[in-house]
Design a protein around this ligand. Structure first.
Ligand code: IMP
Length: 456
């Protein structure tokens, strides 16, 4: 059975959460494999809104097991709060359906303060979500970070954190160690005590699950153009958001990933600093920002709105090798009489060169070349079949598909999970029995795989 990644093909906020929610019903397991509480996955079910930052979206589906894997950075105070809030909304969460990798990195409050400080003081702001993501991944790369296994002994974890705070001038915020300690000691203790039972060897769990034919969704956060290596560096996030990052982030072999799907809006948005070539005219921007509710789910910041950037999408396809694309939020364009699509980048000066898989390293040297298509000016909200879509929208989709040379697998027509037109199934529905039977293997710390037990 498949392990399929559902990934952002633009600058994040493409609506991956909703697509993951749609397919979680057909999966046994969903996995977050990178990023942390910088993500904001918004789900609407029957008009009720749910926003997740760290919890995999599959947590909404009763039969799935959900994994926060080793490539994630976990703000334990936020995760503790998120679990309690989700329970308030009636979502059941326990160590049976949520597993956190013992190898995931802990986002310490000091990292969040360092992130805020650098965003406030730096001349070259990235426009981060201020969730401590960059400092946490930096600490991991510098081999100074805490792994989640360490919070299993809350007292020891706190002692070690205090020692680190005292020793490192880097992490001393303006208020000093004492003030920091009195603000965070108790929430850290409570969060680590609460989360300790959720920590396990998730790599072995996923390996066994794959071996036993379970279907797995690897749920991306952020998007291809925010990838730390291949995105619009330095205006990127600090993790690997593309398909090649799934294996290392989930702690599995690359062969466990059987395919990947890119999710792209019918237009583009971006939050934070960084180049944005296809910014809409003021009038269209106003319509799209309002209709699309284009305000960050994590930070509330307004998102810049731009016309669909096909060269960028093609680049995302090239670096991810997506099997198919899902186009979201087509209904947001319903009232526009004209819709532009960027089909080429035109150099603004002679020093502009294309390289790196046909995507420019310095986007400021290019301007977009557009094709203008007629809008469909009729409501497509909540359409459930291709035949319900107006001809002009079908032409728009056909134009995109021809340009990108990858099939469109699905079209999302509204915020509700059910407002989705499936052209090609990513997952087949699960056999009925599997919907009542959650995956359970022994995954406690120290779990031995079958191979190890054969050796002993
Ligand atoms: P960080 O991931 O908080 O360090 O932010 C780095 C960049 O990625 C900033 O431009 C953020 O706005 C952007 N970013 C991070 N997470 C998301 C997301 O979930 N959606 C959209 N942009 C994001």
């Amino acid at each position: 059975m498949p392990g399929i990644a559902i990934l952002g093909a633009q600058f994040g906020d493409e609506g991956k959460g909703k697509i993951t929610d749609f397919y979680a019903d057909r999966a046994d397991i969903t996995v977050r494999f990178q990023g942390g509480a910088n993500a904001g996955h918004t789900i609407y079910r029957n008009e009720q809104k749910f926003v997740f930052h760290l919890l995999p979206v599959g947590i909404m589906t009763s039969h799935t097991t959900n994994v926060i894997a080793c490539g994630c950075v976990v703000d334990i105070i936020t995760l503790h709060e998120e679990i309690l809030a989700a329970r308030q909304l009636g979502i059941q969460i326990s160590p049976d359906n949520l597993k956190i990798s013992a190898r995931a990195t802990v986002v310490l409050p000091a990292y969040i303060e360092a992130d805020i400080k650098s965003e406030t003081e730096s001349q070259n702001r990235i426009g981060t979500t201020r969730r401590g993501i960059g400092p946490a991944y930096s600490a991991k790369a510098s081999r100074e970070a805490f792994q989640m296994a360490e919070i299993a002994d809350p007292q020891k974890f706190l002692e070690k954190y205090l020692t680190m705070l005292k020793a490192s001038s880097l992490y001393q915020d303006a208020l000093g160690v004492e003030a920091h300690w009195s603000s965070y000691r108790e929430p850290l203790y409570n969060a680590s005590t609460f989360l300790a039972p959720y920590i396990s060897d998730t790599s072995s769990f996923l390996k066994d699950a794959h071996k036993f034919g379970r279907s797995i969704i690897f749920e991306g956060a952020q998007g291809a153009l925010l990838d730390n290596d291949l995105g619009t560096y330095p205006h990127v996030t600090s993790s690997t958001t593309v398909s090649s990052g799934v294996a290392i982030g989930a702690g599995i072999a690359p062969s466990y990933l059987n395919g990947s799907i890119g999710v792209a809006k019918a237009y583009v948005t971006r939050v934070g600093a960084g180049p944005f070539l296809t910014l809409m005219d003021e009038e269209s921007h106003q319509v799209v920002q309002t209709e699309g509710k284009e305000f960050g789910a994590t930070t509330g910041r307004p998102r810049l709105c731009g016309w669909l950037d096909l060269p960028a999408l093609k680049y995302a396809i090239a670096i991810n090798d997506y099997d198919g694309i899902i186009i979201t939020k087509v209904d947001v364009l319903d009232t526009l009489s004209e819709i532009k699509v960027c089909t080429k980048y035109e150099p603004v000066d002679t020093s502009a060169k294309f390289f790196e898989s046909d995507y420019p390293l310095d986007l400021t040297k290019f301007k977009p070349g557009y094709k203008t298509l007629q809008g469909w000016t009729t409501s497509t909200r909540d359409a459930r079949s291709i035949s319900e879509l107006p001809l002009k929208l079908r032409e728009y989709l056909a134009y995109i598909e021809k340009y990108i040379e990858v099939p469109i697998y699905g079209i999302s027509t509204g915020p509700n999970t059910s407002s989705y037109i499936e052209r090609r199934a990513i997952f087949k529905p699960l056999p009925l029995i599997r919907r009542f039977e959650r995956v359970s293997f022994t995954t406690d710390l120290g779990h031995c795989s079958q191979l190890n037990s054969m050796e002993t």
